[in-house]
Design a protein around this ligand. Structure first.
Ligand code: BG6
Length: 510
């Protein structure tokens, strides 16, 4: 086998890094010593710096309750970047420059004077580094802190400088429709909706953006992308990990709120939306919200037959014995929280009339895989006797890992007879572009600085998603359907198979 050609000889790899942030800015990370900041944000900033994508003078101010100074925060940042950066080994020169751009202010979110000290520090950096008063405030903190932070930013004078002020918040955006609306009101008291960046990190994944490129930059797929030829759509987001140390949060969220309400419904929106007039924030988000609003509500009496909820028991995952959900850290021994969700739903519009969308998401499944499997109808007439053994055509958009797209079709087996077999045409990012896809947070942090909200969730999308989720959540709290269980390392409870089998279908086996 020949070795892959170097990057500079691959025409498809050109132009991957094609934009830079023009305006200087500064980012304040609230919760800078926490898990999200350590695993994702600081490593992403290091890698952006490595790719020279950050504006001159860029600085990060870490704001958290820990008693640190600049040096202590830099030491912490060096440790987490060494551990979690996607590029290894670290480049010592880049690391040095990265650490020099980090600063720290101890902030107790309840104390206004701490926000005033933060403002003094930020103002000084702004002046000495010529940052034009442009600021991004990133709340890498639990959602209950958002209201306090937003109000203290205003009262502490942090939204008064002459440049832009943007706020970034992480999901969950509320825990139901009412709380999501309240959160939006709280944010909008201080920030304009255009300056609110709600992160759904799935949207930062290259492969998720590629759904739109695949559909709308090619002429041949859209004509078949509808109920005339598509039989069904399956969306799988499986993880091999359990809840790890997030039991406290997960007990209240469950798979429905943690993944379905946001990541999975965003995938539905991207697969099902109409072509936007351009890849511009309003155009894209307008089309997405139309899909989310067109999802047929699952009526109270139908939740038991259209959904499945499950919880993992002990079992084996990737050769390791693991405990059941109820034995996990910070999980109640009698917990009824679901770690698996399966849903059959419909998008009630002209394009998708009658096409079921099946969603299944779960933890402690056999492997980590996220994919969208689009299954086409069978040909109207069976010309070949052995075509009965073929599976229908299918397009699989593989979000992660082994990112790529494959098309399944029938082909003649080379021999004298006329036997047919399933074969597939495969595109993988790695073999075509010869680069690893960047971390979602790199793209999203850049977009915040540029001020492009296309890949962030707008308030109306969040509300439309909760409108669909709330009645399901209510029935589940009422034990309809009853909580099923599945051994760790399996594809969910048997009830999930029955959900698709009831329609004469099977789950695609990734
Ligand atoms: C997060 C969820 O939003 O997404 C986690 O809160 C989940 O529970 C994670 O593990 C999965 O993201 P990724 O990028 O690893 O697929």
């Amino acid at each position: 086998m020949s070795s892959p050609r170097p990057l500079d000889h691959n025409p498809l790899a050109e132009g991957l890094i094609d934009f830079k942030v023009r305006d200087p800015s500064l980012m304040v990370i609230f919760g800078a010593t926490g898990d999200l900041s350590g695993r994702k944000l600081l490593p992403a900033i290091y890698n952006l710096m490595k790719q020279r994508l950050l504006p001159a003078g860029f600085a990060v101010v870490g704001a958290a309750i820990d008693d640190l100074d600049d040096a202590g925060f830099r030491k912490h940042a060096s440790d987490v970047v060494t551990k979690f950066s996607r590029t290894q080994p670290l480049d010592p020169q880049v690391l040095q420059a990265f650490l020099q751009s980090l600063f720290y202010v101890r902030v107790d979110f309840s104390k206004l004077e701490d926000f005033r000290s933060l403002e003094r520090k930020v103002e000084e950096l702004d002046r000495t580094r010529h940052l034009g008063g442009n600021r991004v405030y990133y709340c890498a903190t639990p959602p209950p802190t958002y209201e306090t932070i937003v109000e203290q930013l205003r009262d502490g004078g942090l939204t008064k400088s002459k440049g832009f002020h943007r706020i970034v918040i992480e999901k969950p955006f509320g825990s139901d429709l009412t709380s999501a609306r309240e959160l939006t009101q709280i944010l909008q008291r201080v920030f304009h909706e255009d300056s609110v960046f709600r992160i759904d990190h799935y949207l930062g994944k290259e492969t998720v953006q590629n759904i739109l490129a695949f559909r709308f930059a090619n002429a041949i797929f859209e004509p078949v992308w509808n109920a005339n030829l598509i039989d069904s759509v399956q969306i799988t987001a499986a993880e091999e990990i359990g809840v790890e140390l997030r039991g406290g949060y997960y007990e209240k969220a469950g798979a429905l709120r943690d993944i379905v309400q946001n990541h999975a419904l965003q995938l539905v929106a991207l697969v099902a939306m109409e072509p936007p007039t351009s890849f511009e924030a309003t155009a894209v988000r307008d089309e997405k919200v139309k899909v989310l609003r067109a999802i047929r509500p699952i009526q109270d009496g139908e939740v038991a037959t259209s959904t499945v909820r499950g919880q993992y028991k002990k079992g084996w995952v990737l050769g390791e014995e693991v405990v059941g959900y109820r034995e996990e850290h910070a999980v109640s021994p009698g917990s009824l929280t679901e770690t698996f969700a399966g849903i059959r739903m419909f998008v009630d519009n002209w394009r998708w009339s009658g096409v079921p969308f099946y969603i299944r998401v779960g933890k402690r499944m056999p492997k980590r895989v996220t994919e969208i499997h689009i299954r086409f109808k069978r040909p109207p007439h069976n010309t070949f006797a052995s075509a009965r053994d073929l599976d229908p055509n299918a397009i699989t958009l593989r979000i992660q890992p082994e990112e790529g797209i494959s098309l399944r079709f029938g082909a003649k087996v080379p021999s004298a007879g006329l036997r047919l077999r399933n074969v597939s045409m495969d595109f993988t990012y790695m073999s075509s572009f010869l680069v690893e896809t960047p971390e979602a947070y790199e793209r999203l942090l850049l977009d915040c600085m540029i001020g492009d909200p296309t890949l962030f969730t707008r308030a109306d999308e969040v509300e439309a998603a909760w409108t669909f989720i709330d009645p399901i959540e209510a029935a589940w709290r009422d034990d309809r359907p009853p909580l099923a269980s599945y051994p760790s390392g399996t594809w969910g409870p048997p009830e999930a198979d029955k959900l698709v089998q009831a329609d004469g279908r099977e789950w695609h086996r990734p």
